[in-house]
Structure formats: C-alpha cells, structure tokens
Design a protein around this ligand. Structure first.
Ligand SMILES: NC(=O)c1ccc[n+]([C@@H]2O[C@H](COP(=O)([O-])OP(=O)(O)OC[C@H]3O[C@@H](n4cnc5c(N)ncnc54)[C@H](O)[C@@H]3O)[C@@H](O)[C@H]2O)c1
Length: 351
C-alpha cells in the first residue's frame, strides 16, 4: 500500500519472510538502530541484511523516550559518520520508532529513514502517520515532529517472539481500529479473534492490513492532526492519563484498552452508546486486557491530574473521544471529574 503524505508518498510492503527485506533497503550509506532485545533475538537474520553497515543496538523502555536519549543517539550516530544522505534503518517497536524517527527528523534538519516494525502495535498502527514523539517531564508524547519513513518493511514473522503483554497491547490498538472501521470490520475482528490470540500469521496479516487501511483513511484526510485524525485517540485520553499516573508501568496499548472501556461507560452515561454495542465491545476489551489495573491505577486524583495536562484539551473541561451508537466517534471537551470518578468506580474490584 502507498500512504500519501505532505513529505512525499511512502510504501508499506508486507513481507512473508524477513529475508525479503533485502530487496526493500535503499542503496547508499546506511546506519542501523535496532532495539537491543530484537538484536538479541534476530541478529543471525539481521546481520546478513545489514552487510557492512554499522549497527547501534539500544535498550528500549518507555523511560528512554526523552530528549536526553535522543541527544545521545544523535551523538552516537555522529561518531559513526552519519551524513545528510545517510539512511537510518530502524528496527523495533513504537518506542524506538518515536525515538529514532525523532533523531532522523532533526539530524541535518531531516535524514531519510526506513522502518522495520517488530511489534504488533508498530505494524498495525504506528508505522504509518509520520508522528515521532518524546515524553517531556511528566507529559506523554509532548515533543515531536512529523517525519514519515521513506518506506515501511513489515514482517509479521517478528510477532512470534513478543511477550504476552506486549502482544496484547498491540492487539488493543488493532481492536480500536476495527471498532472505528464500523460494523463490517468489527464483525471481521470477532471472526478472527481466536486465531489472533493464537498468533496465527495469516490472521495477523489480515488484521494488520485492515487496521492500516482504516488508519490510512484518517491520516490522509488530516495528516497533521487538526480534525478527524484526533478521533484515532479513542481510548487514549484515559489511556495516556493511566500511563502517566502509573509512572509508565502500565503498557501503552493495555492502557488504551482500559481507556476505551472507561470512555464507553461515559458514553453510555450520556445516553450516546446503546447497551448492545457497548456490551459487544466490552467482551472484546475484556479478552484483550491482560494487565489488570492495580487499585492505585484506579485512583481518580492522579488520573484527573494527568488528564488535565492532556495536549488535546483546549477548554476548561477535560477532553475525551466518545463512541456512539452506529459507530460514530466524537470529541468532547466537557468531561467532568464526576464522570471520571463514576467510570473508575465501576472498574474497582468489589468484595
Ligand atoms: N508514533 C506513533 O504514531 C505512535 C502511535 C502509537 C503508539 N506510539 C508509541 O509506541 C510506544 C509503544 O510501542 P510498542 O507497543 O511497539 O512497544 P515497545 O517499542 O516498547 O516494545 C515493547 C517491548 O517489546 C520488545 N520487542 C520489540 N519487538 C520485539 C520482538 N519482535 N520480539 C520480542 N520482543 C520485542 C521491546 O524491546 C520492548 O521491551 C509508546 O511509547 C507509544 O506512545 C507511537
């Protein structure tokens, strides 16, 4: 598939075998930045692909998505001889994409990069759209640029080695996109669910392709997040709040699943979402939520404080994306602390 972008169209190529990536790499000077864990697991396949190129393996966790690490990475790449025409080959998940994509966007005011996404979240969602983000102070994804890769080389075979919470984190974003796609894609997801949970590769490839097509519809209409693209943040207003309030202990995609549940409770409370669709969605959320929130994650005070700092907030009230009956989505700016407390209360275990 080809994604239109103000920075130039870029291709997403789905690879049946990782070795096929060789044909998609640009010629010329290249430097590789690889998630350390991916390097540990896949060096025998990646080393021949890289040939004589130099490789930077980086240990990855949400805490390294910051300016200090981006600066260190720029320094390492400078020591390795990065030039204006160098292509950065980035191999990893959403965190490395955000960090290395950011570095690529500022080095020499922007050098080309190619992305090999290795997590389900990165393959089904973040690899398109061109956003690079860093966390700043206690603000999630506050700093960033729009700098899409030249090409995405997508090998679902990487997904076999993901830890369960990372896999289900990505599945949360897949579920979100299938809900946003409407009745047809929701039914398709339900039909695939068992095979997806078993990591069946053809089922994963189908769900990834559908997810990317749904996201493409939003980002091509609104690449720079001024209108419809904001709706892709369904689940993220609560989700980013939960991540930040838990000190990033809660994995991103799992926080989004819980965020969608909480948002749907608010929508039902406002009479916007019918019970049948809410229950159908909730069954899927429950099957996808593998990291159960601790009591402290459901404490309203830190969550409300984190949501008050949400960058989508434009007025005095809190921002939230709500799902409606008939698969519509809307952004509201008048979420009240009382609605947040009520939605959280229903999540607490009762004895
Ligand atoms: N730029 C965007 O448009 C965008 C969109 C959505 C999310 N994000 C960001 O993405 C991040 C989450 O990304 P993620 O879920 O991909 O997690 P991630 O990049 O942190 O990877 C999760 C873990 O899986 C490991 N890993 C990666 N690939 C592996 C593989 N093939 N086998 C085994 N282990 C592997 C990593 O080392 C890490 O420990 C968040 O910071 C979020 O804000 C960015």
């Amino acid at each position: 598939m080809a994604i239109r972008s103000a920075a130039g169209a870029y291709q997403v190529r789905i690879l049946e075998d990782l070795g096929e990536a060789a044909g998609g790499l640009p010629s010329g000077h290249r430097l590789w930045v690889v998630d350390q864990r991916v390097w540990d697991l896949y060096a025998p396949v990646l080393r021949p692909l890289a040939g004589p190129d130099r490789i930077v393996p980086l240990p990855i966790h949400e805490g390294c998505k910051n300016l200090e690490t981006a600066q260190e990475l720029c320094g390492t790449l400078m020591e390795m001889g990065v030039r204006r025409q160098t292509t950065l080959v980035v191999v990893g998940g959403g965190i490395l994409q955000d960090l290395a994509g950011f570095a690529a966007s500022i080095l020499f005011r922007g050098i080309p990069w190619v992305f090999l996404p290795t997590t389900l979240l990165a393959q089904a969602d973040s690899c398109i759209g061109g956003k690079t983000s860093l966390n700043f102070q206690n603000f999630k994804n506050l700093l960033g640029t729009f700098w899409p890769p030249q090409r995405v080389l997508l090998a679902p075979a990487f997904l076999a080695t993901l830890e369960e919470d990372v896999f289900f984190s990505g599945l949360g974003e897949v579920l979100k996109l299938h809900l946003m796609g409407g009745a047809r894609t929701l039914a398709a997801y339900e039909g695939l669910q068992d095979r997806l949970h078993a990591r069946d590769l053809p089922a994963l490839t189908e769900a990834i392709t559908t997810s990317l097509a749904i996201k493409q519809g939003y980002i091509e209409r609104d690449e720079h997040d001024a209108g419809p693209r904001l709706l892709l943040n369904f689940g993220h207003c609560f989700g980013h709040g939960l991540e930040a309030a838990s000190g990033y202990r809660f994995p991103h995609g799992q926080a989004v699943v819980l965020g969608m549940r909480l948002a749907n409770r608010v929508a039902q409370g406002r009479g916007l979402l019918d019970a049948a669709l809410a229950q159908r969605a909730d069954r899927l959320f429950q099957a996808t939520l593998k990291v159960k929130p601790a009591a402290r994650d459901l404490d309203p005070a830190p969550l409300l404080a984190a949501m008050a700092r949400d960058k989508k907030r434009t007025g005095p009230g809190l921002a939230l994306i709500l799902m409606q009956s008939g698969y519509g989505f809307e952004q509201v700016q008048d979420l009240t602390p009382e609605e947040v407390r009520t939605a959280l209360e229903a999540e607490r275990p009762h004895d």
